[in-house]
Design a protein around this ligand. Structure first.
Ligand SMILES: Nc1ncnc2c1ncn2[C@@H]1O[C@H](COP(=O)(O)OP(=O)(O)OP(=O)(O)O)[C@@H](O)[C@H]1O
Length: 361
C-alpha cells in the first residue's frame, strides 16, 4: 500500500543520495524585520537522526515546516527521498508527503476519534481501504506500546501516550522520513526519556531517517547522530554530536552544551586558586578524554613525569550515545617549560587540551 516507486528506491539504506537535502533556504515573513531562514543548506543521510537546535525564534519551526512544504520557502530547494518538493504541484506534494511523517509538540490528536481512529486518519485521507487501515493500526499499536489502548479516547491518555499515538499516526503511511517538531517539549523528563527511547527503537527497526528540532540539548545528546545549531535563521555550527559536544566552537553552542555537560568554569574559580610560586606559571586547562585513557592515570602520570602540581577544578565522566568521555578543568602549576611539555605529552596521547578562561566554555 502507498508504494511510491521514486521514494522506495531512495529508501534503500546506504543510498548515496541524502534522504533530505535543503539548499539555500530563505524565508522572510511579510513585515518581519529579519528573515526567519537566512540561507540554510543541510543534508541528512539515509538512516541518520539529525537534530536542529536553537533558541526560541531561531527559525526551527519554520525550517522543519519547509521540509514538507507546509511552509513554502521564498528561495531554495527542498529535496526529500530524491524528490524535489519545491518543483511539485499540490497533487505531487500530497503524494510526496506520504513519505514524510510528522510528529508535533502538542500531539494534534482529534478528540472525537479513538486511538485507532487517530492512527488510521491519514490512511483514510489517502483513500486506503478499511481492511488495510485496520491491519496497519493493528501493526502500529504494539510497535508504539499501545496495544491495550486501541479504543481509548485522547482525553483518557497521558501526555506520553498521546505522543505515542502521534508517532503511530506519523508512521501509518510507512514514511521513510520522520520530522519531529519539539516532540518531547510538552512532556516531563521521565516521559521524555521514554519517548526518546521509543524513537531510537523505531529508527533501528524501521530504518527511519529522522530530522528533529528541539531547544533541549539533552534530546540531541540521547538521540541524534549529527546536530546543527541554528541562530537567527542561519546554521552557525554543525557536526557529529560527539564532536560538537566535546569541542563546541560558537558561543551559543557552548551555552547549549553546558546545559548538559558543564564546560563552564564557575565564576570566582580563579580567585579561589592559589597563586603560582616564584619561577612558576599557572595555566587553567580543559582536558578532554575521549579515547582509551582513564582520567586518573593520565593526571597522575603527567604530574609525576613533569613535576607539575595539578589542581582539579571540575570534572565529569559522561557518554554521548555509546561513546564515553571525560572532561576536566584543571589548574596546572610548574615551570613554564614543564607545563608546556606536560600539555604536549597529553596531546600526544590524543587528549584534547585547551586553555580555559574563567566563565568560558
Ligand atoms: N507566520 C509567521 N508570521 C510572521 N512571523 C513569523 C511567522 N512564523 C514565525 N515567524 C517569525 O520567524 C522567526 C522564526 O520563528 P520560528 O517559529 O521558526 O522559530 P523557532 O526557533 O521555532 O522558535 P520557537 O521555538 O519559539 O517556536 C521568529 O522571529 C518568528 O517571530
Amino acid at each position: 500500500m502507498l508504494d511510491q516507486p521514486g521514494i522506495e528506491a531512495a529508501q534503500v539504506a546506504g543510498a548515496a543520495q541524502p534522504a533530505i537535502r535543503l539548499t539555500g533556504l530563505r524565508r522572510r515573513f511579510p513585515g518581519a524585520p529579519a528573515p526567519a531562514l537566512d540561507g540554510i543548506s543541510l543534508e541528512v543521510a539515509p538512516g541518520e537522526v539529525f537534530g536542529v537546535i536553537g533558541r526560541s525564534g531561531a527559525g526551527k519551526s519554520t525550517l522543519i515546516r519547509c521540509v514538507n512544504l507546509l511552509e513554502r520557502p521564498d528561495e531554495g530547494r527542498v529535496e526529500v527521498l530524491g524528490r524535489d518538493l519545491t518543483a511539485e504541484d499540490e497533487a505531487g506534494l500530497r503524494t510526496a508527503r506520504r513519505g514524510i511523517g510528522m510528529v508535533f509538540q502538542h500531539f494534534n490528536l482529534l478528540a472525537s476519534r479513538t486511538v485507532a481512529g487517530n492512527i488510521a486518519f491519514p490512511l483514510e485521507v489517502a483513500g486506503i481501504s478499511r481492511a488495510e487501515r485496520e491491519a496497519r493500526v493493528a501493526e502500529l499499536l504494539p510497535l508504539v506500546g499501545l496495544a491495550e489502548k486501541r479504543d481509548a479516547w485522547p482525553a483518557q491518555l497521558s501526555g506520553g501516550q498521546k505522543q505515542r499515538v502521534g508517532i503511530a499516526r506519523a508512521l501509518a503511511s510507512r514514511p521513510g522520513v520522520l520530522l519531529c517538531d519539539e516532540a518531547t517539549s510538552a512532556l516531563d523528563p521521565e516521559t521524555t526519556a521514554e519517548i526518546l527511547a521509543l524513537l531510537a527503537d523505531l529508527r533501528q527497526r524501521l530504518r527511519l531517517t529522522i530530522l528533529l528540532i528541539t531547544h533541549e540539548m539533552a534530546v540531541v545528546k540521547v538521540l541524534c547522530d549529527r546536530v546543527a545549531v541554528l541562530e537567527a535563521g542561519r546554521v552557525i555550527e554543525q557536526g557529529r554530536v560527539f564532536d560538537v559536544f566535546t569541542r563546541p566552537r560558537a558561543a551559543t553552542t557552548r551555552r547549549f552544551v553546558s546545559e548538559v555537560i558543564g564546560h563552564d568554569v564557575p565564576a570566582g574559580t580563579l580567585a579561589a586558586l592559589p597563586e603560582p610560586g616564584p619561577e612558576e606559571v599557572r595555566r587553567l586547562l580543559r582536558v578532554l578524554f575521549a579515547g582509551p585513557h582513564s582520567t586518573r592515570a593520565v593526571i597522575s602520570e603527567v604530574s609525576r613525569r613533569f613535576g607539575l602540581d595539578l589542581n582539579i577544578v571540575s570534572g565529569r565522566i559522561d557518554a554521548i550515545g555509546t561513546q564515553p568521555f571525560g572532561i576536566m578543568a584543571l589548574a596546572a602549576y610548574g615551570p613554564a617549560a614543564a607545563v608546556e611539555a606536560g600539555i604536549a605529552w597529553m596531546r600526544g596521547l590524543g587528549l584534547s587540551v585547551d586553555d580555559l578562561a574563567e566563565g568560558e566554555g
